[in-house]
Write a protein that binds this ligand. Structure first.
Ligand code: PPS
Length: 568
């Protein structure tokens, strides 16, 4: 039996007095503005959540972690915790230098004493850590398309915790949790990691796990960064608070963990175990497809359903936390109660609602029965996920100059306004270039900035329940993908490829630009002297050759109807 060692765990903070002094001195250092993911990592580095790490990994530790889940000294650590920066920032930094790490408002949180600076082999990192160099994996996509090209490593001197304004009373450092367990005399604690709302089946399984291990229960949800598209943590925490009342008093507590998940399945499970060990727990529930990212680009699951349990079991002793395997709980109608799926009495009717089915019911405003979830949880979910026909969304037209994007977009706007219900905003290529991007030209860099601005505005419109119609050329796949991700966090993204051929666009030459481009009088002209990467899987492709605008706009309307975004 593992008894918890609830002594305080080392943190990386200096004393309050030294912190004040350091903060002033650090004002003169080169400073790096941390990304949201880096802020999460830094918080857990500083408060001991990532013990025994003393800072962002140096190159030798990184190599060991990537290769075989071990730091250079042999300690088990499965996840590279690295500080990625841009090439431009890295140019001015050399090992031996200190840099100030700031949050997004410019507050100095820590000092990094740089010992290592290197160019990582990202393809190898993806293969080894996430199992495949496949952009369908959210962390691989982040690695290639968001993370900077250079890594800096070295020890951290902690100045202050990142500031949180939400659910302050529910956030605990490892030492605060350890002190809480000590105070209550809890010796065995089962932790449950989650990034989803809890329903009755989860309540049953967590409580059952605690009972079997004769332990207390810690609901330990992740509120840092989870999988894109997950229910936001504000909604989830309100849901968790409702479920907490369902456990027998004083058996269970909840604490929020500001972790940035990587969805790395088996490696992630081991990592979660180590983090929970640092928070003072003795047991950890590992489920089917723990921290799974879903399907790869071939439509196959990245990891086997029990890979995480197998890897955790293999390292259980070293992690120092006992694995409790997740029982898949199902509702048995005749008995009006939950049973583990493999213990259902013979001849009984099993009821279950999958995550996909639940999302469909929420989207379509359909019934969610009481046997499945708690009424307060369902009410919370309905408040923040209204039926699809009431949510905001973005229609993103892309295609060559003169393909007909703006004309169809205008027709679509009018049709949607005629239907009413939601405000409609048109972000046309030319109009955006006049009001939002007037200083930009047509280099790849400038086009990307332009499209990301459009994406940002569209994501805000979508978040607030409106309809955004965008109609730029948007020639690059990666940039369109980045915009999709920005928007899908809040609502649907409908990519419409206006696939009119170059020959047709050129023969129309409505603005006379193709002629000038052919004569070399306009440089970097899309389709002539600049690339257009054709979308491979848009929601819809329309060709305007020989077809009237009304018909094309109608095709978009039909698509929106079939996606449940508008009601007929
Ligand atoms: S991009 O690539 O998405 O940022 O382009 P976008 O903002 O949609 O701007 C395209 C409009 O600008 C005019 N124009 C050019 N297009 C392409 N290449 C070059 N070099 C260029 N120079 C000016 C052109 O009128 C485009 O309008 P549309 O409506 O697409 O014809």
């Amino acid at each position: 039996m593992t008894l918890p060692n609830l002594a305080p765990i080392p943190e990386l903070y200096v004393s309050h007095e030294s912190a004040q002094k350091l903060k002033i001195e650090a004002g003169n250092l080169p400073s790096w503005d941390l990304t949201p993911r880096q802020i999460c990592d830094l918080e857990l580095l500083m408060n001991g959540g990532f013990f025994p790490l003393k800072g962002f990994l140096g190159e030798a530790d990184y190599d060991g972690v990537v290769e075989n889940m071990r730091l250079a000294d042999g300690t088990l650590w499965p996840m590279p915790i690295t500080l990625d920066v841009t090439e431009k920032f890295a140019e001015g930094i050399a090992p031996g230098q200190d840099i100030a790490l700031r949050d997004q408002e410019g507050v100095i949180l820590a000092i990094l004493s740089v010992t290592d600076k290197w160019v990582p082999n990202k393809a190898k990192e993806a293969e080894k850590v996430f199992g495949a160099d496949d952009l369908a994996h959210p962390a691989v996509n982040y690695l290639h398309n968001t993370a900077g090209a250079i890594y800096l490593g070295g020890p951290i001197t902690g100045i202050q915790q990142p500031v949180h304004y939400d659910f302050k009373g529910r956030r605990d450092t490892p030492n605060e949790l350890r002190a809480y367990f000590r105070k209550l005399g809890w010796q065995k604690i089962v932790a449950f990691q989650t990034r989803n709302p809890l329903h009755r089946a989860h309540q049953e399984l967590t409580f059952r796990a605690a009972r079997e291990a004769q332990a207390n229960l810690l609901i330990h949800p992740v509120v840092g960064m989870t999988k894109p598209g997950d229910v936001d943590h504000f909604t989830r925490v309100r849901c968790y608070e409702a479920v907490l009342d369902q456990y027998p008093q004083s058996t269970t507590t909840m604490s929020l963990l500001n972790l940035a998940m990587r969805m790395a399945g088996p490696r992630e499970a081991v990592w979660h175990g180590l983090i929970r060990k640092n928070h003072g727990v003795t047991h950890f529930i590992v489920g089917r497809d723990h921290a799974g990212p879903g399907k790869n680009s071939q439509g196959v699951d990245f990891y086997g359903p029990y890979d995480a349990q197998t890897l955790f079991k293999q390292y259980e002793e070293e992690i120092g936390v006992t694995m409790v395997d997740f029982k898949h709980m199902v509702y048995v109608q005749e008995k009006a109660q939950y049973y583990p799926a493999n213990e259902v009495p013979e001849g009984c009717t099993v009821l279950d609602i999958s995550g996909t089915e639940l999302r469909r019911r929420l989207r379509e405003g359909l019934d969610i029965p009481e046997w499945f979830s708690f009424p307060q949880v369902v009410a919370e979910l309905r408040r923040t996920s209204p039926a699809r026909a009431k949510q905001g969304f973005t229609v993103f037209f892309t295609g060559l100059s003169g393909s007909g994007k703006s004309t169809i977009a205008n027709a679509l706007m009018v049709k949607l306004m005629e239907m009413g219900g939601r405000p409609v905003t048109l972000l046309d290529g030319d109009v955006v270039r006049k009001h939002l991007s007037s200083e930009l030209g047509f280099s790849k860099e400038h086009r990307d900035i332009n499209i990301k601005r459009i994406g940002y505005v569209a994501s805000e419109i979508t978040k607030n329940g409106g309809i955004a119609i965008c109609a730029p050329i948007a020639p690059y796949t990666a940039t369109r993908r980045a915009v999709r991700e920005m928007i899908e966090a809040y609502g649907a993204f409908v990519e419409v490829h206006v696939a009119t051929s170059l020959e047709e666009c050129e023969s129309r030459d409505r603005k006379g630009l193709y002629k000038l481009a052919r004569e070399g009088k306009i440089k970097e002209f899309t389709g002539i002297s600049d690339p257009y990467e054709v979308p491979t899987s848009p929601e819809l492709a329309v060709d305007t050759t020989g077809v009237d605008v009304d018909h094309c706009a109608h095709q978009v309307i039909l698509k929106l109807e079939s996606m449940g975004l508008i009601k007929a």
